[in-house]
Write a protein that binds this ligand. Sequence first.
Ligand code: NAI
Length: 332
Amino acid sequence: MIKVAFYDTKSYDHEAILEAEGAAALQWTFHDYRLTAETASTAAGADAVCVFVNDKLDRACLEKLAATGVKLVALRCAGFNQVDLSAAREMGIAVTRVPAYSPHAVAEHAVALLMTLNRKIHRAYNRVREHNFSLAGLVGFDLYGKTAGIVGTGKIGRCTAEIFRGFGMQVVAHDPFPQEAWATEHKIRYASLGEVLQVSDVLSLHLPLVASTHHLLNQETLAQMKPGACLINTSRGKLVDSAALIEALKSGRLGGVALDVYEEEEGIFFEDHSGAVLQDDTLALLLSLPNVLVTSHQAFLTREALNEIAHVTVTNLGMVNQGVFLPETLLT
Ligand code: NAI
């Protein structure tokens, strides 16, 4: 029986994975802590490890996994910036991911963040609960007729763009690999990153984190954004330089920011820190600003997405002995 060490377990993915077809044929060990070089020895005896976005599979961690006989790293997410792929390749460890579980889940969360931020629903909700029915300070803007910029028109970016088109927004997009037929069909225009930054009232990021996209939004590029624009990031925290973001908010350059991901989210997001003093001053400052909305990397969290993640992950894990994986899920 294939043995799987499952890391960073939460109740919702524990339930979804055990309900997936084929899960009963595997032997599971669930750990609530993350997989790192420090915890890798707990994979001893396992054929595969199953990990999420904030586990850290650097060379040191992969060396320990290889030494214990782990043959597969099964990511239960789409992004793979947390794994040193070339080290895994060298060590003969296969790495699989779930390339598309529900682009709609993430796109709809990005739009929910924008709607909440713009119409100040989070503030209105709190006020009304205290019987404060005043509308002062709750003015938003019509999305209809405004311009949305989409950076990265992969699966999620395209869903998001289509929702924005449904609101009657203009959409300009930037991607090194433009999808021309799709753009024509939806009356979407591709432009340079510089132009997208300049013309967008709303900018939504849907590109992967790689070395060349680290701090894509920095002091210089944030300064190119349209004054008063809203920024939505549901992709990866390190796409945005948080210190520069705070400056752009303090100067009033940006009208609002909604983040589902944060540069230093590792060790903070997904956990309950409500009884502790938050040690991250940058996050604390962001949370204190009235025009900043933060969710804790929850864009993927729909029933449909969890079921699809579980299904594809269990399928990959079931194939570990044959060394044959669904080609579209295989990274090494
Ligand atoms: P995808 O691979 O389908 O699309 C990514 C697109 O980004 C591609 O079209 C690619 O050409 C484009 N791209 C690459 N470099 C670029 C650059 N420098 N400028 C503009 N575009 C660039 O990926 P998908 O499924 O749409 O996911 C996008 C990102 O969303 C993932 O990389 C992941 O980080 C994030 N994500 C976040 C989740 C959450 O819960 N918050 C859940 C799932 C994904």
